[in-house]
Ligand binder design. Structure first.
Ligand code: NAP
Length: 486
């Protein structure tokens, strides 16, 4: 029988009041049940929020240096347990083990980065017009912050939200995706192992549709940091705006690369395939559209197809797997129907298009890496996020046309260009509607010490990561001290 796991609320492991549980399944082997997890309801959410609220004053009064030291201890704990955590990420999300190790490494880097933030200034002294006045600013925590996260980076995304939230003095309730509650439970164990004070971090598993409302609308919650689909993100924005609460949303993408005729085509094809197919295209920054200018279309397409056909499809636990299972059967069916729609709209599948067969593949939710060409820029498959290993190749007349196509979708997360021409690079960097811009590089793959986020329907609110995180997780007070009044 599968092991049963609990919520972590107020420093204690607790059952949901409903008495119900749901299971988490390994996408590479649907017979592998990872565990049973609490199917929490709004009363459980209220209990977690109350625990965070009860802890907030004590945590606010803890020095930021001491808060940072918990992050350093957590980083050291993760370093000591890196392989165990990476294996868990692979088992639950399907990710290739090399990428899972990288993800845990990134979580460690984030904890260390924000650990250092604990000793950095949080305000400024500003000259006053009145020499008797000491005028300064101070960054204050918000209070209780709800963190609602997706399944695709089950450790890095929760950590990149909670590390700054905690170091700047907030308490948090984490609601992970229903597909990855086990990795979230391991995050709670990490905080338990480093003796983080009770109630500062709380974990609540369960369906977003059931507990989400409480996490967003409770009067005890001051802010919501969300990563996930644009549809849910926009609902959170509306509810938060009604209450005057802060919100930060990282959402979908339809990330393009532009290939100009002067590009190193071999390199462009290699990077495009990597960006589109690794983790089966399930990164918010994955490459989804290749917009190819002029007469290099044939050569670039043939390179992309050749490289795609060579990719090893297999379970993430095998070190050489590149194309791994997608998260679940619903996602697999959805990807299949989007490919079919691409064909119905006039596209041609050059490789892939179905599911690989054989005992290893039948056990999980595998989709073949797929390249579709002759795609119109406004076709459904070229505009909507697929979140699968599917690349659309779109022709463009010239660089101007390519930029117009790249900017024509509602999303604006990450974008790249392949060229050797400096003017083309600078023009693209200025005019592309994307928060992350890559020159001769992969649209996926970012560093934690710089701001992360998109434009248009991809993001809303302050940027995450790097120094930018302080903008969301604190509010500024301006203090006037009149020494002549004493
Ligand atoms: P999702 O369905 O929007 O779920 C995200 C989180 O929201 C999950 O924890 C989910 O819980 C929760 N949720 C669902 N309904 C809710 C509600 N009514 N109220 C409050 N919370 C609710 O997205 P996903 O399928 O997990 O993740 C894939 C999406 O995330 C893609 O669109 C991808 O582009 C985006 N993403 C964006 C970034 C970025 O940084 N821009 C990074 C990674 C992923 P349940 O799982 O229980 O439903």
């Amino acid at each position: 029988m599968a092991e049963r796991y609990q919520n972590y609320v107020g420093g204690a492991w607790t059952d949901a009041t409903s008495g119900n549980v749901s299971t988490s399944i390994n996408p590479a082997d649907l017979s592998d049940v990872i565990g049973e997890f609490q199917a929490s309801n709004s009363a459980d959410a209220d209990a977690a929020i109350t625990a965070a609220s009860d802890a907030k004053e004590g945590w606010r009064r803890t020095s930021s240096l001491a808060r940072g030291s918990y992050l350093f201890k957590a980083a050291a704990y993760l370093e000591n347990n890196l392989e165990k955590y990476a294996q868990a990420v692979t088992r639950e999300s399907g990710k290739a083990i090399l990428e899972s190790r990288g993800e845990v490494g990134r979580a460690i880097a984030l904890l260390q980065y924000y650990g250092v933030e604990g000793s950095n200034p949080v305000g400024t002294v500003v000259p006053s017009v009145n020499p008797n006045i000491l005028l300064y600013t101070n960054r204050m925590p918000l209070g209780v912050v709800s963190l609602i996260t997706p399944w695709n980076f089950p450790i890095a995304i929760p950590i990149w939200k909670m590390a700054p939230a905690l170091v700047y003095g907030n308490t948090v309730v984490l609601k992970p995706a229903s597909a990855t509650p086990y990795v979230a439970t391991l995050i709670a164990r990490m905080w338990e192992a480093v003796d983080l004070p009770s109630g500062v971090f709380n974990l609540l598993t369960g369906s977003g549709g059931t507990v989400g409302n409480e996490l967003i609308t409770s009067p005890m919650v001051s802010a919501i940091s969300f990563t996930g689909s644009t549809r849910i993100g926009m609902q959170i924005a509306v509810e938060s705006a009604k209450r005057g609460n802060k919100y930060q949303l990282e959402m979908g993408g339809k990330n393009p690369v532009i290939v100009l005729p002067d590009a190193d085509l071999e390199q462009a094809a290699e990077i495009t395939v990597s960006g589109a197919m690794k983790y089966s295209g399930q990164k918010c920054t994955a490459t989804s559209r290749a917009i190819v200018v002029g007469n290099v279309m044939e050569e670039f397409t043939s390179l992309v197809v050749d490289k795609t056909r060579k990719l090893k499809i297999g379970p993430g636990i095998e070190e050489d797997s590149i194309v791994v299972p997608v998260i679940d059967q619903v996602s697999k069916d959805n990807i299949k129907s989007m490919i079919e729609r691409g064909v119905a709209d006039g596209g041609t599948v050059l490789t892939g298009g179905g599911a690989p067969t054989g005992p290893e593949y039948d056990a999980g939710t595998f989709v073949e890496p797929t390249v579709i060409t002759e795609v119109a820029p406004d076709a459904f498959v070229a505009c909507e996020e697929i979140f699968g290993p599917v690349l659309s190749i779109i022709p463009a007349a010239d660089a101007e046309d390519a930029l117009e196509i790249a900017n024509s979708v509602e999303y604006g997360l990450s974008a790249g260009i392949f060229t050797r021409n400096l003017n083309s690079v600078l023009d693209f960097a200025d005019r592309i509607e994307a928060g992350i811009v890559k020159i001769n590089g992969e649209t996926a793959g970012v560093e934690p010490q710089v701001p992360f986020g998109g434009m248009k329907a991809s993001s809303s609110g302050n940027r995450e990561q790097g120094k930018a995180a302080i903008e969301f997780f604190t509010q500024t007070k301006t203090i006037y001290v009149d020494r002549s009044a004493t």
